[in-house]
Design a protein around this ligand. Structure first.
Ligand code: ASP
Ligand code: MG
Length: 414
């Protein structure tokens, strides 16, 4: 059994859905196909959540119609029995009419945003079946059990393992949703943005799959994002360790949680181009040799937060545990941290939904200063030459080196 994962960009239009069918026909009849929401649907659904929470009736209507039109446009050129898709829209419409009573934002978010994946897989399964490729549609909410950490559900591996093994018993083709799950009390959860890769890893782990393939719009894992770098190199083979490190530091090609479960079972992970499905792309596995060339990861829109205890105490265990508690409470992930005797500095993504709350919490105990509009550059397998290569026209605010990795916090001087 193989596991295939198709992201939103791969199924953003009619040609994309047809291309998925071609790839599956050639290489994956005995496979679990994990699909994300089509194109930018997740972002559109996030907009709908906001409109619903603020009870903006006109906004709800227009945004819902846009989402519906987009999916209708895709179905219009594809044959298949799409009646379930219309039922999902009716369900969404009814949900949006419900009054909001004391429900938490993150929970509402998951109930609405999860439907993007439901819609995409319903369309794809119907189309595949119509073209003669029998596809069993599975509801991932019935299979992936999580806790109730909405928007970042933590997987209950025992229950999930049992359910996936019970549901997938034949060497057939199955189609299911990435990114979504359900709590023990039957409330839908999501696994965090871009979490469909992680879903693919969960299925592969539970099924002892022979491999996982993530089909992307890039040729494989590159040593830098072509958005920031002219000359990029395709990394043909990557150790799990290198892949984890690159993903952890922000290489967006693979979701960071994806690799560990695969490493535990030694399941190879292929990253290949859905535009050139015959090219071999990157394979991640148990290799002896780590990378021989440097990789670069850029994160923009970073904020450097510096904390000084109000009571002139040192930055020691008690302060640190308080600081980490605040970050966890605000749901903000730390990209880099550094401390001196009397100050503690962290770099985080400047997320307008979370950072202001975090700053408020930190100000209860600390004098807080911050510097925004920064970039975080990580170089794995660096040397001085590679550092010099990224620094022209940047002011270096903070640098942290370990044996293989350097991280640079910089301000672009324009
Ligand atoms: N559709 C979700 C997102 O865009 C999950 C995913 O694409 O992996 O974040
Ligand atoms: Mg997506």
């Amino acid at each position: 059994m193989k596991v295939f994962k198709f992201g939103g960009a791969s199924v953003k239009d009619i040609a994309g859905v047809r291309n998925l069918a071609e790839i599956v026909k050639k290489q994956g009849r005995d496979a679990v196909v994990i699909v994300s929401a089509m194109g930018k649907t997740t972002n559109a659904l996030e907009g709908l959540v906001k409109a619903y929470i603020h009870q903006q009736a006109n906004e709800i209507d227009t945004q819902l119609e846009d989402i519906r039109d987009y999916h209708k446009g895709i179905m219009s050129e594809l044959a298949g029995d799409f009646s379930v898709v219309h039922q999902t829209f009716t369900h969404l419409e009814n949900y949006l009419k419900l009054p909001i009573n004391n429900v938490l934002y993150d929970e509402v978010y998951d109930q609405i945003v999860s439907l993007g994946e439901v819609l995409s897989t319903q369309i794809i399964a119907a189309y595949l079946t119509h073209t003669g490729i029998l596809a069993h549609w599975l509801d991932a909410r019935q299979l992936i059990r999580t806790d109730t950490t909405f928007r970042e559900g933590r997987v209950d591996w025992d229950t999930t393992n049992r359910r996936i093994r019970d549901a997938i018993t034949k060497n057939d083709l199955y189609v299911t949703q990435g990114f979504i799950g359900q709590s023990a009390d039957n409330r839908t959860t999501t696994l965090g943005r871009e979490g469909s890769d992680y879903t693919a890893a969960i299925f592969a782990y539970c099924l002892n799959a022979e491999s996982v393939t993530i089909w992307k719009d890039v040729p494989g894992v590159l040593n830098a994002d072509p958005k920031w770098f002219d000359e990029t190199v395709l990394l043909e083979k990557l150790t799990y360790q290198d892949a984890i490190e690159l993903a952890y530091y922000g290489a967006t090609v693979i979701h960071p949680k994806t690799i560990k479960p695969l490493q535990n079972k030694g399941i190879p992970l292929y990253v290949r181009s859905f535009l050139k499905p015959d090219a071999s792309g990157t394979v991640i596995g148990n290799y002896e040799r780590h990378l021989l060339i440097p990789s670069f990861i850029f994160k923009v829109n970073q904020v450097l937060i510096s904390l000084h205890p109000n009571d002139f105490s040192f930055i020691a265990e008690d302060n640190l545990s308080r600081i980490f508690g605040r970050f966890a409470q605000a749901g903000v992930k730390i990209n880099l941290m550094q401390n001196t005797a009397i100050s503690f500095s962290v770099v985080v993504d400047n997320n307008p939904d979370r950072v202001p709350t975090l700053l408020g919490l930190l100000k209860q105990d600390f004098r807080v200063s911050y510097n925004d509009g920064l970039e975080l550059i990580t170089i794995r397998y660096y040397d001085q030459g590679t550092i010099d290569r990224v620094l022209p026209n940047k002011k270096l605010l903070l640098e942290q080196k370990s044996r293989y990795t350097v991280q640079l916090v910089v301000k672009d001087l324009g």
